[in-house]
Design a protein around this ligand. Sequence first.
Ligand SMILES: Cc1cc2nc3c(=O)[nH]c(=O)nc-3n(C[C@H](O)[C@H](O)[C@H](O)COP(=O)(O)OP(=O)(O)OC[C@H]3O[C@@H](n4cnc5c(N)ncnc54)[C@H](O)[C@@H]3O)c2cc1C
Length: 499
Amino acid sequence: MNYDVIIIGGGPVGMMLAGELALADVKVCILEKLEDTTPYSRALSIHPRTLEMLDLRGLKTELLKIGKPLPTGHFAGLETRLDFTVIDSSSNYSLFIAQSETEKELERRARELGAEIRRGTEVSSISPNSEYVEVVATGTEGEMTLTAAYVVGADGAGSIVRKQANIPFNGTDETLTSVQGDVVLKRPPATSVVSSFDENGMIMIVPVSKELHRVVFIDPDRKSIPKDTPVTLEELRSGMLRMLGDDYGISDPYWMTRFGNATRQADRYREGRLFLAGDAAHIHFPAGGQGMNVGLQEAMNLGWKLAAEVKGWAPEGLLDSYHEERFPVNSALLKNTRVQTLLFGNDFSSTTIDLRRLISNLLEIPEANYRLASQIAAVDVGYKVLDTVSEHPLNGRRLAEIKLRKDNGDIFSSYELFREGKYILLNLVNDQLVEGIIRRLPNQHFTCVSAILAEPALDWNNVHTAMIRPDGYIAWAISDQDSKLEQCIKEGITSISKG
Ligand SMILES: Cc1cc2nc3c(=O)[nH]c(=O)nc-3n(C[C@H](O)[C@H](O)[C@H](O)COP(=O)(O)OP(=O)(O)OC[C@H]3O[C@@H](n4cnc5c(N)ncnc54)[C@H](O)[C@@H]3O)c2cc1C
């Protein structure tokens, strides 16, 4: 066998996953048809939960040097923006950064960790059997046949992996398209974000770089034009004049494209030895800037599970839990993008204008704003825990960063513990009981850390011991009041691995 895992597609999701697998010492290869990172950035933002995950692996610091933190996000371009600052997170903002920069950083990390990246290599067929998967691709050295125990399709919306595995891509076709142009504005608008909706359409303008602005426009008269119809600068200019009374001196298009609202989700994210992640598994109107974000979250979910399976310690059902956990999250995502599309692309009547105003007013209520902000930020995602673990409010929730204190008084971030991508057993009372249990248990696949809370943290005050997954979700937490402390810790530890 050539590799443990072959990833088809080296976009952001493939690169992130390759890094995760290489971190766990899995022999992984990416086959990517492009020679270089595409310079045309679709995504421009990394939202709070994704930033937290990147922070777990020490990647946030690098990205912060390039991007610009923004305190708000949007839902359907409504006037009242979503306030990320109230989220209980050390990443309570969105990072404004071009997708190409994110991809380059993820590729750098994957290579550094030892992933093999074969660019200029296009995959034409995937044939799984009971023991391995055969992949045929054509690269600079001609046609090649490679084998791996597992193959992940991170090959975008038109995924060859999904098609050849005959996995249905259920959903709805495109009924609406929008135009987008990254252009020079000789007289840029005074505010950093322009967003407007009226009977003439929907328009948004945001800066992309020092030189370029992105103009996104939905024209009521041209919203049924198929997405592969070329975009003209005139389309953008006339939209700006019609809606804003100024074309801001638009010129020099760097990239113009049309995108649509086809909304689909793969029926299953796993078919035996094949997996789907990112746009290969789901597509939707890019509303609220979520597609790349959920894809990166999927890569974090799948990476350690696949690594555990390759290394032989995954408990039964762990690989299937990838679909079980992520499918419902993405079903909710498709619902929220459909609703957003309805609000800013369906019709431009006075009723829709009134509806938008009404929802925008409701978003001024902090609780309502928080609910939607948490959804777009993906900090509301949690996973079901095993029936066997004792109840605790932290179970299944994401780990928000907490500050911990070592025996010697040094204070450190809980996120620093996750650089190696391992399970962390956090012993918060420095109890010898935990040490004793660990000494008696074989086959350990976690790192045990003894420390105490350096400052109060919501729901953590009574925690005796907690097991946190490599992707930063709490597998179980046990209260210091638990009457069966020893038994619960023992069962909790044995539940995370086989044997
Ligand atoms: C206009 C627009 C704006 C967007 N804005 C945002 C945003 O602000 N925030 C956000 O989170 N998301 C946004 N998105 C969505 C985001 O861009 C995608 O969700 C993201 O790129 C998906 O990443 P991926 O790695 O799954 O797929 P892709 O980025 O599509 O990468 C797939 C890779 O697979 C390669 N490939 C395909 N087939 C083969 C093959 N047979 N052999 C070898 N290689 C192959 C391709 O060359 C490509 O590099 C936006 C999308 C659009 C269209």
